[in-house]
Write a protein that binds this ligand. Structure first.
Ligand code: FE2
Ligand code: FE2
Length: 385
């Protein structure tokens, strides 16, 4: 078997070494096919180095399973959810970073001007999104931390934005009890939601706020998205509709049609909400990132545009102390949130990174703030301190 990460390394090298003849379309799909010919794609889960939080995950999962048993809730229809035996499938951060890079590479290829969409197999995209779904389902919050901390400024903004919107949307879907195939479909919609922006990359990456005219012009990206996606074999109508309608708002203030309430699909409502959240918590060339709490407040100011129940899921799951965010403890230490606590959202698991005097910590100090330690979060800090 061949590791998917190696496959993509090979694709990258192939692409670097290859100069397509003039007039020839981008050969992304053929590169994938060539690199994987006769081989089974799989996502590697090295067993040698267990995740440092392995025991913690186990306890959380056991508690969750017991909780669900008590309330007679059906377990979600996912392959990996709450399965103790599959706990070893929690990937270490390096593996997740590679997954992130792989999917970033896919969107980069898709946004190229000369991409031949008719030759693209959706399997390549769905497999990667399936990997993300599986990691989030078994409670691997490191992926959410990546989605918060990956910098969009140095490279094409749309690349990270697409991947981050995908990751967060899947997490909201998990909060809504979606099954695996729904999560993959939602994730694919979110991943592709701004594909029509390929026409406007110059505007999107420019070091300036858009003028009202330019903002109006880029509204066309939803229709362009449909034109592009209709060329890709195997994409469901539901994915295409989500991409087309992700800027619709339930109060009718959105576009392209000014749809209201129930006439907007739930996927489109989720992607629209997460799109706004993701855009705000990440920096642009011309502005700093907003703190997660500032973003949540701003979204609440627009609450008529979004479904309240979805807003609640967003805020409960990623709106207060999302993994990857920086906090100050009452001990004056600085810490990074590394794992959420769904039962006590104000008391996540944190890793202390500097002491009360601001000196970087040499040892690995992880605190579960839900334990009775007399330690709590005093304030939020920007991600890069
Ligand atoms: Fe958009
Ligand atoms: Fe977007």
């Amino acid at each position: 078997m061949v590791k998917i990460s190696n496959v993509f390394d090979k694709i990258k090298k192939d692409e670097e070494n290859k100069t397509p003849p003039s007039g020839q379309k981008n050969t992304f799909q053929s590169s994938v096919a060539q690199a994987t010919k006769g081989k089974t794609l799989y996502f590697s889960h090295p067993q040698k180095e267990p995740h440092p939080l392995k025991g913690y995950f186990s306890n959380v999962l056991k508690l969750k399973a017991k909780e669900m048993e008590k309330t007679n809730q059906a377990l979600p229809e996912t392959e990996t959810c709450y399965s103790m035996e599959k706990e070893d499938r929690i990937c270490p951060v390096e593996e997740l970073e590679r997954l992130y890079e792989d999917i970033l590479f896919i969107i980069k290829e898709l946004l190229k001007e000369d991409t031949d969409y008719t030759s693209l197999e959706t399997r390549t995209i769905m497999e990667k999104i399936g990997n993300i779904v599986d990691q989030l389902t078994i409670g691997n919050d490191d992926l959410l931390a990546l989605a918060l901390t990956k910098d969009s400024v140095d490279i094409n903004y749309l690349l990270c934005h697409s991947v981050n919107t995908c990751i967060y949307s899947i997490d909201i879907g998990l909060g809504l009890g979606y099954n695996r195939s729904q999560l993959i479909e939602l994730g694919a919609s979110a991943f592709l939601h701004d594909i029509g922006m390929k026409q406007y990359l110059g505007l999107v990456n420019r070091n300036a706020v858009l003028t009202p005219e330019e903002r109006n012009e880029i509204k066309e990206h939803t229709a362009i998205g449909r034109q592009i996606l209709e060329n890709i074999n195997g994409l469901s109508e539901s994915v295409i509709n989500t991409v087309v309608y992700h800027h619709e708002r339930i109060d009718g203030s959105g576009y392209p049609k000014g749809l209201q309430g129930e006439s907007i699909s739930e996927y489109a409502k989720i992607v629209g909400l997460v799109d706004m959240y993701t855009a705000m918590v990440h920096p642009r060339i011309y502005r700093h990132a907003y703190l997660a709490t500032e973003t949540a407040k701003e979204i609440m100011r627009n609450k008529n545009a979004f479904v309240y129940s979805l807003l609640r899921v967003l805020i409960e799951r990623i709106g207060i102390f999302p993994p990857g965010s920086m906090v100050q403890l009452n001990t004056k230490e600085t810490a990074r949130v590394i794992k959420r606590n769904h039962k006590f959202s104000m008391s996540p698991l944190v890793q202390v990174i500097s002491d009360a005097d601001g000196k970087p910590l040499k040892e690995n100090k992880v605190l579960n703030l839900a334990d009775d330690l007399g330690i709590h979060i005093k304030g939020r800090l920007p991600i890069k301190t």
